[in-house]
Design a protein around this ligand. Sequence first.
Ligand code: ADP
Ligand code: MG
Length: 691
Amino acid sequence: MDALLQPVSTLSGIGPQSTIRFEKLGVHCIKDLLFHLPHRYQDRTRIYPINSLLPGMSVLFCGTVEFTEVLMKGRRSLLCRLSDSTGYISLKFFHFTAKQKADLSPGTLVSCFGEIRYGYQGKEIAHPEYKIITSTDNITEPCLTPIYPLTEGLHQGTVRKAITQALTLYFQAPEQLADWLPSPLLKQYNYPTLKHALQALHQPEQQSTEQLQQGNLIALKRLAFEELLAHHLILLKNKQSVKKWLAPVLTTTKAKSQSFLNALPFQLTKAQNRVIEEIIHDCQSHHPMLRLVQGDVGSGKTVVAAYAALLALSSHYQVAIMAPTELLADQHNRNFNQWFKHHDTQIVYLTGQLKGKLRKQALAAIEDGTAGIIIGTHALFQESVNFHQLGLIIIDEQHRFGVHQRLALREKGQTKDSRPHQLVMTATPIPRTLAMLQYSDLDISIIDELPPGRKPVTTCVIPAERREQIIEKINNWTNNKNQTYWVCTLIEESEVLQCEAAENTAEYLTQALPNVRVALVHGRMKAIEKDAIMQGFKNHDYDLLVATTVIEVGVDVPNASLMIIENPERLGLSQLHQLRGRVGRGDQESYCLLMYQTPLSNMSKQRLSILRESNDGFIIAEKDLELRGPGDVMGTRQTGLMQFKIANLERDITLLDQVQDAANLISSQYPHSIQPLIDRWLGQTTLYSEV
Ligand code: ADP
Ligand code: MG
């Protein structure tokens, strides 16, 4: 048997306990050890002068003991002051022995390694690794020291020893480990071979110290690239395996299409028509469509979805439309009822609110097929819902749903060998690069055009000190018969606080503006109440709507042309852009006032000014990515799906273009590399497997 395929327990010094601990890290055989890569390095290659030490640095330094004393104040501790010719630092020990105290007597030369922080007495270091030395010669290491990810009970030393043995076995016969990156690709990017790359990371060379610290060592890049490639490939593979399923052919007739389009109160934009063509094409095939429609707020995604629904209805299949909130589902319900009023199909609106007899009736209509269009929230994928013949699933604002919810609904419509088509829509543009790691299992359509006549919203960034002035502006606005939104934002986690803030603001504004009819809507109100308020605002029964971020996906009110957003610095740019999209829907000039709390950090200032300068959701998303990094932009929900061993999106984002090209090359010319690359980097992980 291949030496590298032997279990780690065959290495010396790895007993049953360590074997179990290695298993927890996904390390089973010796080969896995080679891919258990250091997540960082310690620099013991040089001695730092004490005055150059900064908090957060983990470094090696030397000094002579000035004094050592036991402190009795607070928790009993040992304090030892070390100094070199440049300055001094305190070593602090909370657990110590009398011998330790005696050893650290004045005049003793000590070398120390650990993380520097600031304490009451200036620079200090708690429980450092230290050694009494006689001279500073030979105390540095020639190279950076790799630090490996550990699990409880497994020590750095054990991992290091195991990896050293693994490397030795590997170097004896490097051909045991295939390099799945084709050599033309390595040449093209000047990447080192696998062997070279692994060695460079596990046993870094002296001359690579700086590059490794900066994260731009070519060996590191190569492995990060390979890992990102594996992640991209598994999504492509998933897509292919979904496409192998059968799906109903959904088509409509010219006459039906014409009558649908003629009944609309507007003409479709070029972009809408293009995306509809793409959907028509997908649905004609015998295999499931998997399409993501990205389009800025107000770009008119709903009517595109409705056209897709027409395809399903014309072919006697049901269509399910899932929205993340009741408000949004309700809006779809109204739109679809309007657009499909001449069709002899029943539209069922199913939310958690629907109870008793009405619910029973709705479920029966879904099950016997009387209902052609089923609109709802996540209530749609509850167990009690059985579809008669589901041909198309439409998911709106998909970023708000977890992957699991999407899958649960898809399973609903699954028969022995056939699956429904799937259309997902999002107004949160995903920067192209990230889309590759997140949505490569979907085909992407972009509605990159707004319906004609929309005026860009003028956005101003204003300090909260000017609140009174802004309130006065609402008065003028109301006198001119225009309506206003006032959005209270707080940290999203605390909905209760957010609602309280909105309640207080509404009360305050009611008093401050006696001639203005103020309404309040927030997430803790009942759906019927919210609905009534939103409807009232739409009918202009109110002039000012105080709201929490629930209106992000709220009802269309063209007469509302002023929006004030409190504490905009707390929200992501894309979310702010979504909120802002509620105004600018009519034909008058619209304004969005971002009222921030002072002082505002430079970074926040920069971020908010992006909104002032651009009305394009894609540009905003790209900038947000630049400023905040992928983690924040994608949100924890999404990044949680992507655990990398070595790739780091903040650092390696520029590799993604290469990844795309490489995936094309490998798919067309080296398909046998695909599975091994996936296995190597994703192992047994099932996170992505949708099939
Ligand atoms: P979103 O893409 O944000 O979901 P909607 O589908 O809600 O946008 O559309 C926003 C508004 O624009 C709706 O009132 C819709 O009826 C209208 N609309 C959609 N397409 C067009 C068009 N081609 N011309 C004019 N208005 C349109
Ligand atoms: Mg929408």
